[in-house]
Design a protein around this ligand. Structure first.
Ligand code: BG6
Length: 491
């Protein structure tokens, strides 16, 4: 665990590395990992010496030139910095390819040895498993039996299991080869600047933390609607659904940051312990407070069963049953083919008791005027909504806001994407933003009532906000912050 870098202002520099990308020919490597590694390189955050080896089963094998071209195409399409000139040439020279199958790992082993020699010294090994969950077990076992696991670190993609039993079995099989300190279970939401900034907002200011509790906060919403449909991922999505794809992974992790107690230090051990305590305090999901929706037309998507019961949208009420949060509902919503792509946390505050202003109109939902809204879609913003007097002779109130926008306020060029930040942290050995086995298992445990007994899916029109009536009832007497409606003067 490295802790020092979080308090220093010079750029952190990882040790020399040999990085192996399993699933190098797949979608995640193309969209996020290869562009992310290139961006880290351009930003001067890669080690002084490193090698990147792409890997995949033999049937998808590539030559070195093909892999470099593949990486070039990926960076061209998905990286903000284009692959040009000497910088690209030097980065491309670090790329090679070695295929690996559970019983045929020699090509990879040879490449790793060659790369280690080329890098020199005693480079660290880092494996990124960007592969389907069904392949985790065999690749981990192969890393163990080939000796490649020795002294290495491993990044494992979500979803980590599909229920409590499978998550436990997966943890058990990984622990046979890697100790917990070598395992980096990645959730790219926790690498987002604005999610990390929740810790700064809460714990670096005297302004917010004193009111960050049940005495002042009436409700919390974590809302991540997407306009994207399943984009040809039927094979994965129809087995997974919105709850496993988004809630049990990303949204609960974000909830962990919103709800945690102040850690005694900003170290991996303390942060993860505080997040796990929040998960321990989560009540088992109550199916009476869950809405499962399915967008109209989903069952006609290629690869989806004609009678599929998979939810493409889910909204639910969660409860953190501890001293800080007892009685405060946490509303979580996410889904595909909804009305907008947003990533928003909303904290709604109690109204003051003295209602001397005539602002209580029927069309302004009660309690909606004092909110803190954290928009964590990159580059992110924080808005505080409050009531202010409109200029004029009358005491006439209207909604006003104070807005902080990352894009306008700091050097946005220094920003790292979620994956970039987390790959860098894994190279530095900093597990602060990665999830541990206990936390993951607890989230599956509280999910069991829903997984065992899911309410039926309700259809919703594409571009809407889910099955309107049920989603509205779930949150009543409050209202979803999204979509925002403009405020009107009170008189
Ligand atoms: C992924 C999910 O983990 O996160 C996708 O599998 C989802 O279904 C995506 O679209 C959202 O992440 P991002 O990077 O767009 O914030």
């Amino acid at each position: 665990m490295s802790t020092a870098k979080r308090h220093e202002y010079e750029l952190p520099k990882p040790d020399r590395h040999v990085i192996v990308l399993f699933g190098a020919t797949g979608d995640l490597a193309k969209r996020k990992l290869l562009p992310g590694l290139y961006h880290l390189y351009v930003a001067g955050l890669m080690p002084d010496k490193f090698a990147i080896i792409g890997s995949a089963p033999e049937k998808f094998s590539m030559t070195e030139d093909e892999f470099r071209q593949h990486a070039h195409d990926a960076v061209t399409e998905f990286c903000s910095t284009k692959p040009e000139g000497d910088t690209w040439q030097r980065f491309a020279a670090t790329l090679s390819f070695g295929s690996a199958d559970p019983d045929a790992f020699m090509p990879l082993l040879t490449k790793v040895k060659e790369a280690e020699q080329a890098v020199g010294g005693s480079p660290r090994r880092l494996y990124h498993l960007a592969i389907p969950p069904s392949a985790f077990g065999s690749v981990i076992a192969m890393l163990g039996s080939s000796g490649l696991a020795e002294g290495a670190r491993v990044i494992i993609e979500k979803p980590f299991g599909t229920d409590l039993e499978s998550a436990r079995a997966l943890n058990e099989s990984i622990h046979k080869v890697f100790s917990e300190s070598q395992i980096f279970r990645i959730d790219h939401f926790l690498g987002k600047e604005s999610v990390d900034n929740i810790l700064a907002l809460r714990f670096a200011n005297g302004l917010f933390e004193p009111i960050w509790n049940r005495s002042h906060i009436r409700y919390v919403q974590i809302d991540v609607p997407e306009t994207l449909s399943i984009e040809g991922r039927a094979d994965f999505y129809d087995k997974t659904g919105a709850y496993r794809d988004m809630i049990v992974t990303h949204l609960f992790q974000v909830l962990g940051f919103v709800a945690m107690e102040p850690p005694t230090a900003l170290t991996a051990k303390q942060l993860r312990a505080e997040k796990t305590k929040v998960f321990d305090a989560l009540k088992p999901v109550d199916v009476r407070h869950v809405v499962r929706g399915q967008y109209e037309g989903y069952r006609s998507e290629p690869g989806v069963a004609a009678d599929s019961q998979t939810e493409t949208m889910v909204a639910l009420r969660a409860e953190v049953d501890n001293w800080r949060w007892a009685g405060v509902p946490f509303y979580l919503r996410s889904g595909k083919s909804l009305g907008a792509s947003r990533q928003v946390i909303t904290l709604g505050f109690h109204e003051p008791p003295l209602k001397m202003f005539a602002v209580h109109r029927k069309d302004v939902p009660s309690g909606r005027r004092n909110e803190i809204i954290i928009d964590f879609a990159d580059p992110g913003s924080i808005t505080t909504k409050f009531l202010a007097k409109q200029p004029g002779a009358e005491m006439c109130l209207n909604e006003a806001s104070m807005v902080f926008k990352y894009g306008d306020s700091f050097q946005a060029a220094n920003a790292l994407e979620g994956y970039e930040r987390l790959i860098l942290d894994a190279m530095l050995g900093d597990q602060s933003l990665f999830t541990n086995s206990e936390g993951i298992e607890r989230l599956w445990e509280i999910s069991t009532p829903l997984l065992d007994n899911p309410p039926p899916v309700e259809p919703y029109p594409q571009g809407s906000w889910g099955p309107a009536e049920s989603v509205g009832k779930l949150i009543a007497p409050f209202h979803w912050h999204i979509p925002e409606n403009g405020a009107q003067p009170s008189c």
